[in-house]
Write a protein that binds this ligand. Structure first.
Ligand code: ASP
Length: 327
């Protein structure tokens, strides 16, 4: 009898642990023409360590029972502060040499979403996007109004100079020197940042933050703050964050298309993500990649470029940091 009671108590105690959802996180820091030898050893080390730090920060929250929303924000703020990536500090420059930032976030449990486009001075645009989701009745705020909203929320602002690195100033000079009067965006390497995660409750979240594309003008906005294009999360399917030539991701609703295939067809996450990136996007002529996670903790990170800065910590707790296709 006592033994039976002990067994019962033990079973009840272990049940919640058994029913917990596996946690997983994936992050990206952009995709593009990233060949071995293009990066100096110091650059590669800085990139790998920022990716590792961001993945671990998000994973720590997940393994302590925190939410996927907190995890993706924690990962992104680290990458927004890291000057190697095109988000927050170190973002690419507009045609006029200024910084205009875009970010978005989505909660897979409720389909709540928030985004900002063309903001400036906000240290962590991802936090502004989150406040749009949680503290406004809207999904997307743009330009001066979005800045004003961020100020009203007490978010941290920095001087424009803080965001601008010499590397991005040089990149703008190079792009402008090789472009004709039509001023097309010409980019062969993107370094937007993103994160997707699933938490212990099986809730998914996705988030993306970027400076857009070098030499952009006329208030150009890419896919990153567009829900369904650069970011999407739905507990019934998956969470996706994209990087690449935004115009193509908007036209093909890339993030939503992957989730819709998972939800409405028999496709696995890996099949859906691979088809959309390597067939739909590639046939359309768009360059880039995505990171995606499903409620069971499966991770998929396809790209059609030479490399994609990426890191993940899977359901088994395994950390993987990679840059090149054959990494
Ligand atoms: N997708 C971003 C945009 O088009 C660029 C990037 O991924 O770096 O704005």
């Amino acid at each position: 009898m006592t033994r039976l009671l002990a067994l019962l108590i033990l079973t009840t105690m272990t049940l919640p642990a058994l029913s917990e959802n596996p946690v997983a996180i994936a992050i990206h820091g952009g995709a593009g023409t990233i060949e071995r030898g293009n990066l100096s050893e110091a650059q590669e080390t800085a990139i790998r360590s920022a990716l590792t730090e961001a993945a671990q920060a998000g994973h720590r929250i997940l393994s302590e029972g925190g939410t996927s929303l907190d995890a993706v924000v924690a990962a992104i703020v680290i990458l927004e502060d890291a000057p190697e990536f095109n988000a927050g500090r170190g973002a690419v420059l507009t045609h006029e040499g200024t910084v205009e930032l875009d970010a978005s976030i989505m909660d897979g449990a409720s389909l709540a979403a928030g985004a900002v486009a063309g903001v400036s001075g906000i240290r962590h645009p991802i936090e502004a996007a989150r406040r749009v989701m949680t503290d406004s009745p809207h999904v997307l705020l743009a330009g001066p109004g979005a800045n004003q909203f961020a100020r009203s929320q007490g978010l941290e602002f920095m001087d424009e100079d803080w965001f601008i690195t010499e590397f991005r100033a040089e990149q703008l000079r190079a792009v402008q020197a090789r472009q004709d009067a039509s001023m097309q965006l010409s980019e062969d390497w993107f370094s937007t940042v993103g994160a997707v995660a699933v938490d212990r409750h099986g809730n998914l979240a996705a988030a993306t933050s970027t400076g857009g594309m070098t030499n952009k003008r006329w208030g150009r906005v890419g896919d990153s703050p567009i829900i369904g294009a650069g970011t999407y999360a739905d507990n019934r399917a998956c969470a996706v964050s994209a990087t690449g030539h935004g115009e193509f991701f908007i036209r093909h609703a890339v993030a939503y298309d992957i989730c819709a295939r998972v939800r409405y067809t028999e496709a696995s996450l890996a099949d859906a993500a691979h088809t959309v990136v390597n067939q739909v996007l590639t046939e359309a002529g768009g360059d880039g990649g995505v990171i995606a996670v499903d409620p069971s903790g499966h991770i998929s990170m396809p790209f059609n470029t030479q490399g994609m800065y990426r890191a993940s910590i899977d359901a088994q707790g395994q950390l993987d940091v990679a840059i090149y296709a054959d990494d």
